[in-house]
Ligand binder design. Structure first.
Ligand code: NAD
Length: 252
């Protein structure tokens, strides 16, 4: 059993999908968790459900592309618990437009959330984590961060998340802050439900199924914990063997 009693976490995009599982797992392990999302109603409903089970969870509005809102979330965590141990940069969007189809505004929107949002998050938490004695930053990239996806803005942003993870691992190591990227394969969520690539991807996955959001959250829990104290600067694939079969790359 992983214990996070006395620890605290911020989970971006924690209202639903994989983020909601991450909030559940971290809070069940004993961490006090802030759900930082643009979806107020869904976040509050998740927070009150978990609070009714005795967990410490609250909502704080955050658009990850806004530096001012990042500042507010970190200030709220310091006022509430006085420390910060774990950041999960999980919020992300897709667009599914090719390079030819994509206009600059669309490109900038994907990059501002998936890539700049991770940069801003790492920057915003570093000082409080340092003053807390260290911490664990977990960035949710994708197995698209190793290959090409039909969504080039998404692909570029997720490759960048791997770079930002290594930069943070290197820059923050002296403060006992670790940073790792989790690279999931297909997880069926509101991000992609009903999309045409789901069945071909599942067919090309050795495990024969999509990854469960709960399985990604288990990996988050491990990386957040003291079981992972020498793991930093890593990209960890969790995709049922999809990326291991390079012959099938391209079905995304
Ligand atoms: P989801 O759409 O269910 O959840 C995404 C969450 O991010 C939502 O709660 C949404 O409100 C929030 N969000 C969106 N824009 C935001 C913003 N500007 N500020 C704050 N929050 C914002 O999707 P999911 O599948 O749970 O995705 C979680 C992460 O996993 C994303 O980074 C995604 O790219 C990544 N991922 C997903 C898959 C997949 O197959 N679903 C595969 C690999 C990686």
């Amino acid at each position: 059993m992983i214990e996070l009693v006395g620890k605290t976490a911020i989970v971006t995009g924690g209202a639903r999908g994989q983020g909601a599982w991450e909030v559940r797992k971290l809070s069940e392990a004993g961490a006090a968790v802030i759900i930082a999302d643009i979806l107020e109603q869904e976040s509050k409903s998740l927070a009150s459900g978990l609070a009714a089970e005795g967990r410490q969870v609250r909502f704080c509005a955050l658009d990850v592309a806004s530096p001012d809102q990042w500042q507010s979330v970190v200030e709220e965590m310091e006022a509430w618990q006085g420390r910060l141990d774990i950041l999960v940069n999980n919020a992300g969007i897709v667009n599914r437009k090719s390079i030819i189809q994509m206009d600059l505004e669309t490109w900038n929107r994907v990059i501002s959330i998936n890539q700049t949002g991770v940069f801003l998050g790492q920057k915003a938490v570093a000082d409080l984590m340092r003053r807390s004695g260290g911490g664990s930053i977990i960035n949710i990239a994708s197995n698209s961060a190793f290959t090409a996806h039909q969504d080039p803005a998404y692909t570029a942003s997720k490759w960048a998340v791997r770079g930002l993870t290594r930069s943070a691992a290197s820059e923050f190591a002296a403060w006992n802050i670790r940073a790792n990227a989790i690279c999931p394969g297909l997880v069926v969520t509101d991000l992609n439900r009903g999309a045409p690539h789901l069945q071909p991807m599942i067919a090309a996955t050795p495990s024969g199924r999509a990854v469960e959001a709960e399985e990604v959250a288990n990996l988050v829990l491990f990386l957040a914990s003291d079981l992972a104290t020498s793991i930093t600067g890593e990209d960890i694939l969790i995709d049922g063997g999809f990326s291991a079969l390079s012959a099938y790359r391209g079905v995304q």
